[in-house]
Design a protein around this ligand. Structure first.
Ligand SMILES: Cc1cc2nc3c(=O)[nH]c(=O)nc-3n(C[C@H](O)[C@H](O)[C@H](O)COP(=O)(O)OP(=O)(O)OC[C@H]3O[C@@H](n4cnc5c(N)ncnc54)[C@H](O)[C@@H]3O)c2cc1C
Length: 579
């Protein structure tokens, strides 16, 4: 680096520090200035900090590697024949369904293939004993406010009349302390200031900064957009100036951010009560991943009345109205690739062809099993090998002879960890919710229901390697552990338990088809900038929780990104045909 470059970069860092007030950047600059001017040590540190700042500034633009630059092939007209399509979508999770609706409505001939016996992926429901309806996953949906992607998506396809919403409440429990979090963010902040007077001075500015950063983040969402709009060149250049809070928080963890304002460990736990919605990193969760969760308090989160399958089924009906073909119970075994170009898919029920394939499959499984590593460069294979599963869970579903007393999603920290050596766990926290109390139509009259989630590493191989007897023995041990937890949650309800079952990472792998049975797909890491919407195979795109992060709101955005890659071409084709 020349002397001029060095001075230029230091000046740039000074301006960025000035504009954003970023304490870490200021500290780095102080160190840089203490180093001998022009020394290799100083040059090295300047180069690294400059790179990080630039990267953070470009965080909003979808950078793509050169091997991912290719143009889609759009057929001059929709192909004929039951095995020929413009687009094939593998998987009907919310990401795949979003892409499906977007493209079918633009005139593409689209086929959705789903391996499970029903559509929706983690947004499906299942029945037990012929009368109990359970959630496979989704309990509450964000992104339904005026700038929310899910709202825009539903509006665009005239789906708002097909679903009913029930507002979610969140409760926090720490030992014997039980907090019903107020319904609005303002009320929660006031309530926190009263309960934690020693931290009151930090609580307001903490939330004010978080809300402003949230608003800055959402300033890229506009009515009728499913994805955030790309920043203009000017916005990119002055990102830090225009979005100082979001910019500053981009590189912090939630714990670091809280650390600037909040001291009381119990307060910090309460303010972090939704970290388990997006993984198991607790205070180490990146702040940029936590900010969208504020939406659950600013705008609200909502249960789909009747279960999330109602939403998935409404999308499927609309998709079919647009002329799309959706088939469940069809597992895709392979993406057909010829000379580096996707041509279609092979299933045990036949081969289907299309120049565009959109995968809603866990990216690690997509590349390892459906694409085949032999179709990737060595560099790309190495990247795929870095994809780790996010967390998994043991999930208890129980029914009771009377309704469960609260309908809120409750995060519960135990006073003393629950020792469960029989399953190798010391349990500090669980979360629970009664869908049946919130939405009594899921159960017979007068009965109750409860789901208890216990985070556990995604390691389905371990469970799959067990013999039938060993697995049965583990299930028995889990029964005992969950009985302990249920007694802690509500001893009276424990006495009214009628029936229950417990799922493990092995169950998650079987029904969600994720790598190692993770419940949130591969561990999402925005900084890794991989997996991308484009695959290094021409014609193959990715969507879903592994590409843009977990949660319905995020996967709708991911489906939006995948469809935007080709949608305008189909719209143009349809317009040309009309003329
Ligand atoms: C227990 C649990 C609780 C959750 N709670 C919430 C919540 O309250 N709110 C929220 O917003 N999010 C929640 N999530 C996360 C959210 O549900 C998911 O991140 C999101 O729905 C995933 O959508 P997706 O598009 O990635 O597809 P997925 O839902 O993962 O669906 C992918 C689909 O692809 C199919 N598939 C895979 N391989 C093949 C193949 N080879 N051939 C054909 N089909 C295939 C699968 O069968 C599956 O149906 C929860 C998830 C779980 C598991």
């Amino acid at each position: 680096m020349s002397k001029d470059q060095l001075l230029e970069q230091i000046e740039f860092l000074k301006q960025a520090a000035e504009l954003t007030g970023d304490a870490r950047l200021k500290a780095a600059l102080s160190m840089i200035q203490l180093m001998p001017a022009g020394s290799p040590q100083q040059k090295g540190m300047v180069a690294e900090v400059y790179r990080q700042v630039k990267e953070a500034m470009n965080g909003y633009s979808q950078a793509s590697a050169p091997e991912l630059e290719w143009e889609p092939t759009i057929l001059p007209q929709a192909p004929e024949g039951d095995d020929q399509y413009d687009v094939i979508i593998i998987g009907s999770g919310m990401g795949g369904l979003t892409a499906g609706l977007e493209l079918a409505s633009a005139g593409a001939k689209v086929l959705i293939l789903e391996a499970h016996y029903t559509f929706g992926g983690a947004a499906h429901n299942y029945m037990r004993k012929g009368k109990y309806t359970f959630d496979a996953g989704v309990e509450t949906v964000s992104g339904l406010g005026h700038l929310g992607s899910v709202n825009h998506f539903l509006k665009r396809h005239d789906l708002w009349n097909d679903i009913e919403l029930l507002k979610t409440s969140f409760h926090f429990r720490m030992g014997s302390r039980y907090v019903a979090i107020p319904n609005t963010l303002e009320d929660w902040i006031e309530d926190l200031c009263q309960r934690y007077p020693n931290d009151a001075e930090g609580i307001r500015p903490f939330f004010q900064t978080a809300i402003t950063a949230y608003e800055e983040k959402y300033s890229f969402f506009e009515p009728d957009r499913i994805t955030p709009r790309p920043p203009t060149d000017e916005e990119k250049m002055s990102y830090a100036q225009l979005h100082p809070n979001n910019y500053r928080l981009m590189t912090t963890t939630w714990g670091e951010f809280m650390g600037e304002y909040l001291k009381d460990p119990a307060l910090r736990k309460e303010v972090s009560l939704l970290t388990h919605f997006i993984g198991d990193r607790n205070e180490d969760t990146p702040t940029s991943d936590m900010l969208p969760l504020l939406g659950y308090f600013i705008v609200g989160g909502y249960r789909i009345k009747g279960g999330s399958a109602k939403l998935a089924n409404a999308l499927i009906s609309k998709f079919r109205e647009y002329g799309g073909v959706a088939r469940h119970s069809v597992t895709v075994n392979k993406v057909i690739i010829e000379n580096g170009v996707a041509k279609g898919v092979e299933t045990e029920k036949g081969t289907f062809y299309a120049p565009i394939v959109i995968s809603n499959v866990d990216p690690r499984l997509l590349y390892e099993n459906l694409v085949g590593l032999e179709n990737l460069t060595e560099d790309y294979q190495a990247k795929v090998a870095t994809l780790e599963p996010s967390m998994s869970a043991f999930i208890f579903q129980g029914v009771f002879s009377k309704p469960f007393p609260t309908d809120a999603i409750v995060t519960y920290y135990f006073d003393e960890p629950v020792e469960a050596p029989e399953i190798g766990m010391t349990i500090g926290r669980c979360s629970y919710v009664s869908a049946g109390t919130h939405d009594p139509e899921l159960l017979p009259d007068g009965e109750g229901q409860l789901t208890i989630n216990l985070n556990y590493p995604a390691d389905a191989d371990k469970f799959a390697a067990m013999s039938k007897e060993e697995y049965a023995e583990l299930k028995e041990k889990l029964d005992g552990v969950f009985m302990k937890l249920l007694r802690k949650i509500d001893p009276d309800m424990a006495d009214h338990l009628l029936w229950f079952e417990i799922s493990t990472p092995k169950t998650a792998r079987q029904y969600l088809r994720t790598y190692q049975g993770s419940i949130y797909n591969i561990r999402f890491d925005k900084d890794r900038k991989f997996p991308n919407t484009n695959a290094p195979i021409q014609g193959l795109y990715l969507c879903g929780a592994g590409v843009h992060g977990p949660g319905v709101e995020a996967v709708v955005i991911s489906g939006g990104y995948a469809s935007e890659k080709v949608k305008s071409h189909f719209e143009a084709r349809r317009e040309a045909a009309v003329k």
